[in-house]
Design a protein around this ligand. Structure first.
Ligand code: CP3
Length: 352
């Protein structure tokens, strides 16, 4: 049962309905750049915060309270779904996530244990319920999961990668095992996102952050069918979906075929060109360079104004960064950016 929202401009923009001002939220809006997050993080590991719904709710609400953003995003991580696969997931301090037992070859795919999402990841549904209760209808909650390529890349590389060589090797050399792996991840992701929606998430975002390393034909052959199956399975759920990746200028037309309601783009392409690439009849999210938030205010304001200029008042623009907020970002710059987006677009009559 979805409760009535005081501020639903994010959901309206996802559906390309008119809005009173352009909605704005930020990927990684809860995190280390905020002193109130660091205070909790000093006492608890990342996994503890994710697994204690009261803590997850607390940090999810921090940017909503402090910045006036138009959406909350569930505090979790795209790699939580790998933990029940017994691959030795750890978030080591400073190094990012690592897996002690990555998938090295096709044969390993068939050895991965089967698990029930509601049982193993039920704590995420509890977090969603706790967040929805604490939001009390102020803004919508975005649930999320990792996209199949990006999650597979961590599973195969055992951590972050520059070249994605092991991932692509498995993809090229053992395509059947690759497709079995991506089918498995896609079906777990559908269960996981459905669970979040049933617990009260108002929208979902699929973070396929690293798909931009693929040639378009490889994206179409090795990834797109799986992503499409995820969005198709969610289509009847009544909540909008966002599909995000970085360096996707060459993939936008294909991403469109994956079937989400919104496509998220990074700053390496002008928003107007990105919109031409995906088609005028779909919503677009983005796309300020996160490093603009480290610049002096006039430079930041100009860069944000440029993004709004490229959006040109079209229906279905959701203002965001092109990737997550960096830890060294000053909080006041983020708050000022939210105000700028709202003020510049207030009462804007969208063109069609
Ligand atoms: O506010 C939010 O956006 C919600 C929380 C969120 C986290 N991770 C918490 C987190 C979200 C949406 C993610 C997504 C995520 N996680 C992605 C996709 C988005 C992207 O950045 O491309 C990826 C690739 C991951 C995997 C991951 N988790 C990495 C590579 C790292 C280490 C890098 C880093 O920023 O430290 C993490 C750790 C992580 N996940 C942190 C947070 C707040 C920082 C860790 C900490 O607090 O110690």
């Amino acid at each position: 049962m979805q409760r009535r929202l005081v501020n639903d401009r994010f959901l309206r923009a996802c559906r390309r309905e008119p809005v009173d001002a352009t909605p704005v939220w930020f990927m990684r809006q809860a995190g280390r750049y905020m002193p109130e997050y660091r205070a909790i993080r000093a006492e608890h590991s990342l996994l503890e915060i994710c697994k204690q719904p009261a803590l997850a709710a607390e940090v999810t609400l921090q940017p909503v309270d402090r910045l006036g953003v138009d959406a909350a995003i569930l505090f979790a991580d795209i790699l939580l779904i790998l933990e029940p696969l017994s691959v030795g997931l750890e978030f080591a301090a400073g190094d990012g996530p690592t897996l002690r037992r990555p998938v090295a070859a096709g044969a390993d795919v068939d050895r991965l244990p089967r698990f029930d999402v509601a049982t193993e990841l039920g704590y995420v549904a509890e977090s969603v319920r706790a967040i929805v209760a604490r939001l009390d209808g102020r803004v919508p909650l975005i649930g999320f999961a990792g996209g199949p390529f990006t999650v597979a890349s961590y599973l195969i590389e055992g951590g972050h990668s520059a070249q994605f060589a092991a991932t692509k090797r498995l993809m090229y050399a053992e395509p059947e095992a690759w497709h079995r792996l991506l089918s498995l991840l896609a079906s777990l992701t559908v269960d996981y996102l459905r669970m979040q929606i049933e617990a009260g998430a108002n929208a979902v975002q699929l973070f396929d952050s690293w798909i931009g390393v693929l040639a378009p034909e490889d994206y179409r052959r090795y990834v797109l069918p799986h992503t499409r199956s995820i969005f198709a399975a969610l289509a009847g759920k009544g909540v909008p979906s966002v599909h995000f990746g970085t360096q996707t200028a060459g993939l936008l037309a294909d991403m469109r075929h994956a079937g989400s309601d919104v496509i998220g783009v990074d700053w390496r392409i002008d928003l107007a060109d990105a919109w031409d690439g995906v088609g005028a009849d779909i919503a677009v999210q983005g796309n300020l360079d996160p490093i603009a938030l480290l610049a002096p205010w006039p430079v930041l304001a100009e860069a944000a104004t440029r993004v709004l200029g490229s959006a040109a008042g079209r229906r279905g623009h959701i203002f965001n960064l092109g990737h997550g907020i960096l830890p060294q970002t000053p909080v006041p710059a983020v708050a000022d950016l939210v105000s700028l987006v709202h003020e510049r677009t207030a009462g804007f009559r969208p063109v069609d």
